[in-house]
Design a protein around this ligand. Sequence first.
Ligand SMILES: *Cc1c(COP(=O)(O)O)cnc(C)c1O
Length: 390
Amino acid sequence: MLSAAFNIVGFSWITSPAATELEVIVLDWFAKMLKLPSQFLSDAPGGGVIQGTASEAVLVVLLAARDRTLKKHGKKSLEKLVVYASDQTHSALQKACQVAGIFPENFRVVKADCSKNYAVAPEAVSEAISVDLSSGLIPFFICATVGTTSSSAVDPLPELGNIAQGHDMWFHIDAAYAGSACMCPEYRHHLDGVEKADSFNMNAHKWFLTNFDCSLLWVKDRSYLVEALSTNPEFLKNKASQANSVVDFKDWQIPLGRRFRSLKLWMVLRLYGVENLQSYIRKHIQLAEHFEQLVLSDSRFEVVTPRLFSLVCFRLLPPTSEYEGGRQLNYDLMDAANSSGKIFISHTVLAGKFVLRFAVGAPLTEEQHVDAAWKLLQDEATKLSGSVYL
Ligand SMILES: *Cc1c(COP(=O)(O)O)cnc(C)c1O
Protein backbone atom coordinates (compact mmCIF):
# COMPACT_ATOMS: atom_id res chain seq x y z
CA MET A 1 0.00 0.00 0.00
CA LEU A 2 2.82 2.37 0.85
CA SER A 3 4.65 1.57 -2.35
CA ALA A 4 1.52 2.29 -4.39
CA ALA A 5 0.60 5.40 -2.43
CA PHE A 6 4.03 7.03 -2.71
CA ASN A 7 3.52 6.69 -6.46
CA ILE A 8 7.22 6.90 -7.21
CA VAL A 9 8.21 6.78 -10.88
CA GLY A 10 11.87 6.27 -10.09
CA PHE A 11 13.55 5.80 -13.44
CA SER A 12 16.60 7.97 -12.72
CA TRP A 13 18.27 8.41 -9.37
CA ILE A 14 17.17 12.06 -9.33
CA THR A 15 13.48 11.14 -9.66
CA SER A 16 13.66 9.24 -6.38
CA PRO A 17 17.02 8.93 -4.65
CA ALA A 18 15.34 6.93 -1.84
CA ALA A 19 13.82 4.32 -4.18
CA THR A 20 17.10 3.90 -6.03
CA GLU A 21 19.34 3.78 -2.96
CA LEU A 22 17.04 1.41 -1.10
CA GLU A 23 16.99 -0.94 -4.08
CA VAL A 24 20.79 -1.06 -4.12
CA ILE A 25 20.86 -1.71 -0.38
CA VAL A 26 18.22 -4.45 -0.17
CA LEU A 27 19.64 -6.27 -3.18
CA ASP A 28 23.07 -6.26 -1.54
CA TRP A 29 21.48 -7.61 1.66
CA PHE A 30 19.70 -10.26 -0.31
CA ALA A 31 22.82 -11.26 -2.24
CA LYS A 32 24.64 -11.71 1.07
CA MET A 33 21.75 -13.73 2.44
CA LEU A 34 22.01 -16.08 -0.57
CA LYS A 35 25.81 -16.03 -0.28
CA LEU A 36 26.15 -14.89 -3.88
CA PRO A 37 29.75 -14.18 -4.90
CA SER A 38 30.97 -10.68 -4.07
CA GLN A 39 31.14 -9.72 -7.77
CA PHE A 40 27.35 -9.51 -7.72
CA LEU A 41 27.40 -6.74 -5.12
CA SER A 42 26.98 -3.06 -5.91
CA ASP A 43 30.51 -2.09 -4.83
CA ALA A 44 31.90 -4.52 -7.44
CA PRO A 45 31.41 -4.23 -11.22
CA GLY A 46 28.09 -6.05 -10.79
CA GLY A 47 24.95 -5.31 -8.84
CA GLY A 48 21.30 -6.13 -8.39
CA VAL A 49 18.11 -4.66 -9.82
CA ILE A 50 14.43 -5.43 -9.33
CA GLN A 51 12.63 -6.44 -12.51
CA GLY A 52 8.92 -7.03 -12.83
CA THR A 53 9.18 -10.72 -13.65
CA ALA A 54 11.63 -13.51 -14.34
CA SER A 55 10.61 -13.20 -17.98
CA GLU A 56 11.85 -9.62 -18.12
CA ALA A 57 15.00 -10.60 -16.23
CA VAL A 58 15.97 -13.24 -18.79
CA LEU A 59 15.13 -10.88 -21.64
CA VAL A 60 17.37 -8.07 -20.40
CA VAL A 61 20.33 -10.37 -19.80
CA LEU A 62 19.81 -11.99 -23.19
CA LEU A 63 19.96 -8.53 -24.77
CA ALA A 64 23.11 -7.70 -22.82
CA ALA A 65 24.70 -10.99 -23.88
CA ARG A 66 23.62 -10.54 -27.49
CA ASP A 67 25.15 -7.10 -27.74
CA ARG A 68 28.33 -8.20 -25.96
CA THR A 69 28.72 -10.97 -28.57
CA LEU A 70 27.79 -8.78 -31.53
CA LYS A 71 30.40 -6.28 -30.44
CA LYS A 72 33.01 -8.99 -30.71
CA HIS A 73 31.82 -10.70 -33.90
CA GLY A 74 30.21 -7.82 -35.75
CA LYS A 75 26.58 -6.77 -36.06
CA LYS A 76 25.99 -8.94 -39.11
CA SER A 77 26.47 -12.11 -37.07
CA LEU A 78 23.07 -11.95 -35.37
CA GLU A 79 21.80 -14.80 -37.51
CA LYS A 80 24.60 -17.02 -36.18
CA LEU A 81 23.97 -16.54 -32.45
CA VAL A 82 22.81 -19.69 -30.66
CA VAL A 83 21.06 -20.03 -27.28
CA TYR A 84 21.14 -23.26 -25.22
CA ALA A 85 18.63 -24.46 -22.69
CA SER A 86 16.91 -27.69 -21.74
CA ASP A 87 13.42 -28.84 -22.61
CA GLN A 88 12.59 -28.11 -18.95
CA THR A 89 13.64 -24.45 -19.17
CA HIS A 90 10.79 -22.00 -18.68
CA SER A 91 9.09 -20.80 -21.87
CA ALA A 92 10.05 -17.25 -20.88
CA LEU A 93 13.45 -17.89 -22.49
CA GLN A 94 11.88 -18.80 -25.80
CA LYS A 95 9.84 -15.62 -25.71
CA ALA A 96 12.95 -13.61 -24.85
CA CYS A 97 14.69 -15.12 -27.91
CA GLN A 98 11.75 -14.11 -30.07
CA VAL A 99 11.90 -10.55 -28.79
CA ALA A 100 15.70 -10.34 -29.01
CA GLY A 101 15.74 -11.36 -32.66
CA ILE A 102 17.50 -14.67 -32.12
CA PHE A 103 16.76 -16.81 -35.16
CA PRO A 104 14.20 -19.47 -34.16
CA GLU A 105 16.35 -22.23 -35.64
CA ASN A 106 19.15 -21.12 -33.29
CA PHE A 107 17.24 -21.76 -30.10
CA ARG A 108 18.78 -25.06 -29.05
CA VAL A 109 16.55 -27.11 -26.76
CA VAL A 110 18.56 -29.93 -25.22
CA LYS A 111 16.57 -32.85 -23.89
CA ALA A 112 16.82 -33.11 -20.09
CA ASP A 113 18.06 -36.35 -18.57
CA CYS A 114 15.10 -38.29 -17.14
CA SER A 115 17.48 -40.49 -15.13
CA LYS A 116 18.68 -37.32 -13.36
CA ASN A 117 15.32 -35.96 -12.30
CA TYR A 118 15.08 -33.95 -15.53
CA ALA A 119 18.22 -31.90 -15.06
CA VAL A 120 20.15 -31.33 -18.27
CA ALA A 121 23.28 -33.40 -18.92
CA PRO A 122 26.29 -31.10 -19.48
CA GLU A 123 27.68 -33.54 -22.06
CA ALA A 124 24.56 -33.07 -24.16
CA VAL A 125 24.99 -29.28 -24.07
CA SER A 126 28.70 -29.62 -24.94
CA GLU A 127 27.87 -31.85 -27.84
CA ALA A 128 25.28 -29.45 -29.24
CA ILE A 129 27.79 -26.61 -28.95
CA SER A 130 30.46 -28.59 -30.83
CA VAL A 131 28.06 -29.37 -33.65
CA ASP A 132 27.09 -25.70 -33.93
CA LEU A 133 30.68 -24.50 -33.83
CA SER A 134 31.61 -26.85 -36.63
CA SER A 135 28.83 -25.41 -38.78
CA GLY A 136 30.13 -21.89 -38.22
CA LEU A 137 27.53 -20.75 -35.69
CA ILE A 138 28.27 -18.69 -32.57
CA PRO A 139 27.13 -20.23 -29.25
CA PHE A 140 26.63 -17.28 -26.88
CA PHE A 141 24.09 -18.00 -24.13
CA ILE A 142 23.35 -20.87 -21.72
CA CYS A 143 20.37 -20.75 -19.39
CA ALA A 144 20.39 -23.10 -16.41
CA THR A 145 17.50 -23.57 -14.02
CA VAL A 146 17.52 -24.16 -10.27
CA GLY A 147 14.05 -25.55 -9.64
CA THR A 148 12.47 -26.22 -13.03
CA THR A 149 8.81 -25.44 -13.40
CA SER A 150 7.65 -28.99 -14.14
CA SER A 151 9.55 -30.99 -11.54
CA SER A 152 11.85 -28.54 -9.67
CA ALA A 153 14.98 -30.13 -11.13
CA VAL A 154 18.33 -28.45 -10.60
CA ASP A 155 20.67 -28.20 -13.58
CA PRO A 156 24.38 -28.91 -12.91
CA LEU A 157 25.62 -25.34 -12.48
CA PRO A 158 29.39 -25.91 -12.11
CA GLU A 159 29.62 -28.01 -15.27
CA LEU A 160 27.40 -25.71 -17.34
CA GLY A 161 29.33 -22.73 -16.00
CA ASN A 162 32.61 -24.29 -17.13
CA ILE A 163 31.21 -24.92 -20.59
CA ALA A 164 30.00 -21.33 -20.84
CA GLN A 165 33.31 -19.92 -19.66
CA GLY A 166 35.23 -22.18 -22.03
CA HIS A 167 33.36 -20.71 -25.01
CA ASP A 168 33.07 -17.12 -23.81
CA MET A 169 29.32 -17.51 -23.47
CA TRP A 170 26.92 -15.73 -21.11
CA PHE A 171 25.71 -18.01 -18.30
CA HIS A 172 22.32 -17.17 -16.79
CA ILE A 173 20.73 -18.95 -13.83
CA ASP A 174 16.96 -18.92 -13.46
CA ALA A 175 16.05 -19.74 -9.86
CA ALA A 176 12.69 -17.97 -9.98
CA TYR A 177 10.97 -20.35 -7.58
CA ALA A 178 13.66 -22.33 -5.76
CA GLY A 179 16.01 -19.41 -5.16
CA SER A 180 14.09 -18.63 -1.98
CA ALA A 181 14.98 -22.00 -0.46
CA CYS A 182 18.68 -21.34 -1.00
CA MET A 183 18.80 -18.82 1.84
CA CYS A 184 18.65 -21.85 4.18
CA PRO A 185 22.16 -23.27 4.64
CA GLU A 186 20.90 -26.81 4.04
CA TYR A 187 19.67 -25.89 0.53
CA ARG A 188 22.41 -23.43 -0.44
CA HIS A 189 24.40 -26.18 -2.20
CA HIS A 190 21.88 -26.00 -5.03
CA LEU A 191 23.54 -22.70 -5.94
CA ASP A 192 27.08 -24.07 -5.98
CA GLY A 193 28.51 -22.94 -9.30
CA VAL A 194 26.73 -19.58 -9.24
CA GLU A 195 30.22 -18.01 -9.09
CA LYS A 196 30.56 -18.95 -12.77
CA ALA A 197 27.33 -17.19 -13.73
CA ASP A 198 27.03 -13.84 -15.47
CA SER A 199 23.55 -13.34 -14.10
CA PHE A 200 21.26 -14.82 -11.47
CA ASN A 201 17.53 -14.32 -10.99
CA MET A 202 14.95 -15.24 -8.37
CA ASN A 203 11.39 -14.12 -7.75
CA ALA A 204 10.69 -12.61 -4.35
CA HIS A 205 7.06 -12.55 -5.50
CA LYS A 206 6.86 -16.32 -5.62
CA TRP A 207 7.95 -17.90 -2.38
CA PHE A 208 9.28 -15.00 -0.36
CA LEU A 209 6.17 -13.33 1.04
CA THR A 210 6.54 -10.30 -1.23
CA ASN A 211 3.62 -9.06 -3.28
CA PHE A 212 3.80 -9.30 -7.03
CA ASP A 213 5.80 -7.89 -8.77
CA CYS A 214 9.33 -8.24 -7.43
CA SER A 215 11.84 -10.27 -9.44
CA LEU A 216 15.45 -9.96 -8.31
CA LEU A 217 18.23 -9.95 -10.86
CA TRP A 218 21.97 -9.76 -10.23
CA VAL A 219 24.64 -9.37 -12.85
CA LYS A 220 28.36 -9.80 -12.54
CA ASP A 221 29.13 -6.86 -14.81
CA ARG A 222 26.49 -4.17 -15.03
CA SER A 223 28.21 -2.42 -17.93
CA TYR A 224 26.80 -4.97 -20.41
CA LEU A 225 23.24 -4.25 -19.29
CA VAL A 226 23.79 -0.52 -19.45
CA GLU A 227 25.44 -0.72 -22.88
CA ALA A 228 22.50 -2.69 -24.27
CA LEU A 229 19.70 -0.69 -22.67
CA SER A 230 20.74 2.89 -22.04
CA THR A 231 19.55 6.01 -23.82
CA ASN A 232 20.32 9.55 -22.91
CA PRO A 233 17.70 11.96 -24.24
CA GLU A 234 17.93 15.66 -23.51
CA PHE A 235 14.82 15.76 -21.35
CA LEU A 236 16.27 13.25 -18.88
CA LYS A 237 19.64 14.94 -18.46
CA ASN A 238 20.45 16.03 -14.92
CA LYS A 239 23.47 16.86 -12.81
CA ALA A 240 23.57 13.60 -10.86
CA SER A 241 23.43 11.39 -13.95
CA GLN A 242 25.88 13.54 -15.90
CA ALA A 243 28.39 13.30 -13.07
CA ASN A 244 28.20 9.49 -13.40
CA SER A 245 28.05 9.21 -9.65
CA VAL A 246 24.65 7.53 -9.29
CA VAL A 247 22.71 4.51 -10.54
CA ASP A 248 19.96 5.18 -13.06
CA PHE A 249 17.97 1.95 -13.08
CA LYS A 250 16.21 2.96 -16.31
CA ASP A 251 19.36 1.63 -18.01
CA TRP A 252 18.99 -1.84 -16.46
CA GLN A 253 15.47 -2.60 -17.70
CA ILE A 254 13.07 -2.31 -20.66
CA PRO A 255 10.67 0.42 -19.50
CA LEU A 256 11.62 3.87 -18.36
CA GLY A 257 9.31 4.31 -15.36
CA ARG A 258 9.56 2.04 -12.35
CA ARG A 259 7.77 1.52 -9.05
CA PHE A 260 9.15 1.64 -5.52
CA ARG A 261 9.40 -2.14 -5.39
CA SER A 262 12.38 -2.19 -3.04
CA LEU A 263 10.11 -0.86 -0.29
CA LYS A 264 8.06 -4.06 -0.44
CA LEU A 265 11.16 -6.17 -0.14
CA TRP A 266 12.60 -3.97 2.62
CA MET A 267 9.34 -4.42 4.56
CA VAL A 268 9.47 -8.20 4.23
CA LEU A 269 13.12 -8.41 5.24
CA ARG A 270 12.71 -6.05 8.21
CA LEU A 271 9.38 -7.42 9.36
CA TYR A 272 10.29 -11.12 9.33
CA GLY A 273 14.08 -11.21 9.52
CA VAL A 274 16.25 -13.94 8.05
CA GLU A 275 15.49 -16.58 10.69
CA ASN A 276 11.73 -16.30 10.33
CA LEU A 277 12.00 -16.37 6.56
CA GLN A 278 14.10 -19.49 6.79
CA SER A 279 11.55 -21.22 9.00
CA TYR A 280 8.81 -20.16 6.59
CA ILE A 281 10.60 -22.02 3.78
CA ARG A 282 11.43 -25.00 5.99
CA LYS A 283 7.83 -25.35 7.07
CA HIS A 284 6.61 -25.50 3.48
CA ILE A 285 9.23 -28.05 2.57
CA GLN A 286 8.26 -30.14 5.62
CA LEU A 287 4.61 -29.99 4.59
CA ALA A 288 5.56 -31.14 1.08
CA GLU A 289 7.61 -33.94 2.61
CA HIS A 290 4.58 -34.90 4.65
CA PHE A 291 2.45 -35.02 1.50
CA GLU A 292 5.12 -37.09 -0.22
CA GLN A 293 5.01 -39.61 2.66
CA LEU A 294 1.24 -39.82 2.36
CA VAL A 295 1.52 -40.55 -1.36
CA LEU A 296 4.19 -43.19 -0.73
CA SER A 297 1.95 -44.88 1.84
CA ASP A 298 -0.79 -45.58 -0.72
CA SER A 299 0.25 -48.21 -3.25
CA ARG A 300 -2.28 -46.96 -5.79
CA PHE A 301 -0.06 -43.89 -6.28
CA GLU A 302 3.56 -43.19 -7.16
CA VAL A 303 5.90 -40.27 -6.55
CA VAL A 304 7.24 -39.60 -10.05
CA THR A 305 10.38 -37.57 -9.35
CA PRO A 306 12.39 -37.11 -6.15
CA ARG A 307 11.10 -34.10 -4.24
CA LEU A 308 13.72 -31.39 -3.71
CA PHE A 309 11.73 -28.39 -2.46
CA SER A 310 8.02 -27.87 -1.80
CA LEU A 311 6.70 -29.46 -4.99
CA VAL A 312 5.57 -33.09 -5.14
CA CYS A 313 5.16 -34.72 -8.56
CA PHE A 314 2.93 -37.76 -8.27
CA ARG A 315 0.29 -39.73 -10.08
CA LEU A 316 -2.30 -42.44 -9.72
CA LEU A 317 -0.90 -45.64 -11.19
CA PRO A 318 -2.99 -46.87 -14.11
CA PRO A 319 -4.24 -50.44 -14.19
CA THR A 320 -1.86 -52.12 -16.63
CA SER A 321 -4.58 -52.56 -19.22
CA GLU A 322 -5.28 -48.87 -19.40
CA TYR A 323 -4.56 -47.04 -22.60
CA GLU A 324 -2.22 -43.99 -22.74
CA GLY A 325 -0.29 -44.78 -19.55
CA GLY A 326 -2.72 -43.22 -17.10
CA ARG A 327 -3.18 -39.93 -18.88
CA GLN A 328 -6.98 -39.88 -18.78
CA LEU A 329 -7.12 -41.37 -15.28
CA ASN A 330 -4.90 -38.65 -13.84
CA TYR A 331 -6.54 -35.95 -15.86
CA ASP A 332 -9.88 -37.03 -14.41
CA LEU A 333 -8.46 -37.12 -10.90
CA MET A 334 -7.10 -33.59 -11.26
CA ASP A 335 -10.36 -32.38 -12.74
CA ALA A 336 -12.37 -33.93 -9.91
CA ALA A 337 -10.07 -32.46 -7.25
CA ASN A 338 -10.11 -29.00 -8.78
CA SER A 339 -13.86 -29.07 -9.43
CA SER A 340 -14.41 -29.66 -5.71
CA GLY A 341 -13.39 -26.05 -5.16
CA LYS A 342 -11.43 -27.19 -2.08
CA ILE A 343 -7.96 -27.54 -3.55
CA PHE A 344 -6.22 -26.65 -6.76
CA ILE A 345 -3.43 -28.72 -8.26
CA SER A 346 -1.80 -28.50 -11.65
CA HIS A 347 -0.14 -30.98 -13.97
CA THR A 348 2.77 -31.51 -16.29
CA VAL A 349 3.95 -34.21 -18.67
CA LEU A 350 7.30 -35.88 -17.97
CA ALA A 351 8.61 -38.49 -20.38
CA GLY A 352 5.11 -39.02 -21.69
CA LYS A 353 3.61 -39.44 -18.21
CA PHE A 354 0.76 -37.16 -17.18
CA VAL A 355 1.91 -36.03 -13.74
CA LEU A 356 0.06 -34.17 -10.99
CA ARG A 357 1.83 -31.43 -9.08
CA PHE A 358 1.16 -30.59 -5.46
CA ALA A 359 2.88 -27.40 -4.36
CA VAL A 360 2.97 -25.91 -0.88
CA GLY A 361 3.63 -22.19 -0.88
CA ALA A 362 0.80 -20.23 0.67
CA PRO A 363 1.46 -18.42 3.97
CA LEU A 364 -1.56 -19.93 5.77
CA THR A 365 -1.12 -23.57 4.75
CA GLU A 366 -0.98 -25.96 7.75
CA GLU A 367 -0.65 -29.72 8.08
CA GLN A 368 -4.42 -30.12 8.42
CA HIS A 369 -4.85 -28.60 4.94
CA VAL A 370 -2.34 -31.01 3.44
CA ASP A 371 -4.11 -33.92 5.15
CA ALA A 372 -7.48 -32.73 3.88
CA ALA A 373 -6.12 -32.36 0.35
CA TRP A 374 -4.70 -35.87 0.44
CA LYS A 375 -8.00 -37.30 1.76
CA LEU A 376 -9.84 -35.58 -1.06
CA LEU A 377 -7.42 -36.99 -3.65
CA GLN A 378 -7.72 -40.48 -2.16
CA ASP A 379 -11.52 -40.33 -2.15
CA GLU A 380 -11.64 -39.14 -5.75
CA ALA A 381 -9.15 -41.85 -6.72
CA THR A 382 -11.39 -44.48 -5.12
CA LYS A 383 -14.39 -43.20 -7.03
CA LEU A 384 -12.46 -43.27 -10.30
CA SER A 385 -10.99 -46.73 -9.85
CA GLY A 386 -14.37 -48.01 -8.78
CA SER A 387 -16.05 -46.87 -11.95
CA VAL A 388 -14.49 -46.45 -15.37
CA TYR A 389 -11.10 -47.99 -14.98
CA LEU A 390 -11.58 -51.36 -13.32
C1 LIG B 1 7.72 -18.83 -12.44
C2 LIG B 1 8.93 -19.05 -13.22
C3 LIG B 1 9.27 -18.23 -14.29
C4 LIG B 1 8.38 -17.11 -14.77
O1 LIG B 1 8.24 -16.14 -13.82
P1 LIG B 1 7.59 -14.70 -14.14
O2 LIG B 1 8.08 -13.85 -13.03
O3 LIG B 1 6.11 -14.89 -14.13
O4 LIG B 1 8.08 -14.26 -15.47
C5 LIG B 1 10.44 -18.48 -14.96
N1 LIG B 1 11.25 -19.48 -14.60
C6 LIG B 1 10.97 -20.30 -13.57
C7 LIG B 1 11.92 -21.40 -13.21
C8 LIG B 1 9.79 -20.12 -12.85
O5 LIG B 1 9.53 -20.94 -11.81
